[in-house]
Ligand binder design. Structure first.
Ligand code: NAD
Length: 433
């Protein structure tokens, strides 16, 4: 099967592959393992729908700016399309296609009744005033119109967006409904604030899921997480929650980097103090509780566990050789290039793949959707318990299939688990007509 290579753009990896080409390479490796038919490969190699909207927004200086937004619906075989919306200047069609396909595999791997989708707007949310940002989000929601829906396609937060963005989306969507429908569409988005119908535990869910998957790995390889050293790239929703939970479990956060700087301290950086710092200043740069280092030096800081929690294509052929960890935990989507993955495999550094370890977000999104559907509010202990149960089942399935198929790559095994589930359903349903 030929893999399309994007001629130019934001998300090229060090091998020159576009992000979607990387995603297809991963997909094909998993498909090879289970002898997926060529028919199913062609169906699953492309999203079902690619929606692009260009919409104008009035800025505070009185001018209009036209924004480009995307919603890619990859698969709805197992349930409604599901996936986040990303606000970042580098968002483009290729990136969102890759992210949408990863959502399909994630839901299938965790055995939750959702398909895969992703959206985004290509802009820098930090470059706008709060009221301008609100108008962008509301206008994007309006432009998507009936392409999204509470039982059809359900957005959530991702890089650059947050629970406030979701509340604006929900409010805009519900105000476009008739009066009798409005209370029934809260589940149009997940990742809302608690007060507006969000789930306890959703804010930290992805980070919590990362730690549950790490616990499963530590148990399997007989590694003690208490006292382990951790470095984390990205200190937003996912990176900061992961850091705080790891610290509570006795691990030491020895390095953190983000878009504007990096800090390191072999005695440990206080994740709670750093969270307060970043909340006020928007970056880890200048944090007084550690030594400031060059972001390029971040990967070489000795740590048992390295957690990329920012953008894709961050672990490359250029820095994979510097990493001294036992395990890389892909909290971000697509952080490891294909070349880097080969280097890490040669160096026997374990990689816990994104479609498994960052699935906590979509799993708790599913719980939020269920709560909204039945007008219930679960408590945090129930959410955490069910999240752990769901992720540990997925981890078990990956380890079991890896051993059964006699492969070393956890990523390949994770794809094989997800694709087998889709294969069974396609086998039973066939295609219409
Ligand atoms: P966020 O916007 O809350 O935080 C992003 C972090 O990345 C920030 O600390 C930012 O400074 C940092 N960053 C941005 N550009 C960088 C660069 N060039 N170098 C280093 N750091 C940089 O985003 P998030 O929600 O925490 O998402 C992070 C990753 O996790 C993304 O890959 C996202 O797709 C993935 N993810 C998020 C969720 C979720 O629930 N939010 C779920 C699954 C996966």
């Amino acid at each position: 099967m030929t893999i399309p290579v994007r001629p130019e753009g934001s998300t090229m990896s060090d091998s020159g592959n576009s992000l979607f080409a990387t995603a297809l390479d991963q997909f094909n490796r998993g498909a090879d393992l289970i002898d997926l038919s060529d028919d199913l490969r062609s169906i699953l190699s492309q999203p079902k729908n690619e929606i692009i909207v260009n919409f104008p927004v009035r800025l505070n200086n009185g001018s209009y700016r036209v924004f480009r937004g995307y919603r890619i619906q990859h698969s709805n075989l197992l349930g409604p399309y599901k996936g986040g919306v990303r606000f970042h200047p580098m968002v483009d069609l290729d990136e969102v296609k890759a992210l949408a396909s990863w959502m399909t595999w994630k839901s299938a791997l965790c055995d939750i009744p959702f398909g895969g989708a992703k959206g985004g707007i290509s802009f820098d949310p930090n470059g706008l005033e709060p009221d301008e940002l609100e108008r962008v989000v509301r206008r994007f929601t309006h432009a998507l119109g009936s392409n999204i829906g509470p039982d059809h396609d359900i957005p959530a937060p991702d890089l650059g967006s947050n629970s406030q963005s979701m509340v604006w989306m929900m409010d805009t969507y519900s105000n476009s409904m008739g009066a009798t429908e409005r209370q029934n569409v809260k589940r149009i988005v997940t990742g809302k604030t608690l007060e507006t119908g969000g789930s306890p535990g959703r804010e930290k869910a992805t980070g919590q899921g990362v730690v549950f998957c790490l616990q499963h790995w530590a148990d399997e390889v007989d590694f003690d997480l208490a006292g382990a050293t951790v470095s984390i790239q990205g200190f937003g929703n996912v990176g900061s929650a992961t850091a705080r939970i790891m610290q509570v479990h006795g691990a030491r956060v020895v390095a953190v980097s983000d878009h504007a700087g990096a800090v390191a301290d072999e005695d440990g950086i206080d994740a709670f103090e750093l969270t307060d710092w970043v909340r006020e200043r928007g970056t880890v740069a200048g944090f007084p509780g550690g030594m400031w280092i060059e972001p390029d030096d971040f990967w070489a800081v000795p740590a048992d566990i390295v957690i990329p929690a920012a953008l894709e294509n961050q672990i490359t052929a250029g820095n994979a050789g510097q990493i001294q960890a036992k395990v890389i935990v892909e909290a971000a989507n697509g952080p490891t290039t294909l070349q880097a993955e080969k280097i890490l495999a040669q160096r026997e550094i374990d990689v816990l793949p994104d479609i498994l370890v960052n699935a906590g977000g979509v799993v708790v999104s599913y719980f939020e959707w269920l709560q909204n559907r039945s007008a219930q509010r679960w408590n945090l202990d129930d959410v955490d318990f069910k999240l752990r149960e769901t992720l540990w089942k997925a981890c078990d399935a990956v380890v079991d299939l890896r051993d059964e198929l006699d492969v070393t790559s956890r990523r390949d095994a994770a794809y094989a688990v997800a694709l087998r589930r889709l294969q069974v359903v396609y086998g039973q349903r066939g295609i219409f007509p």
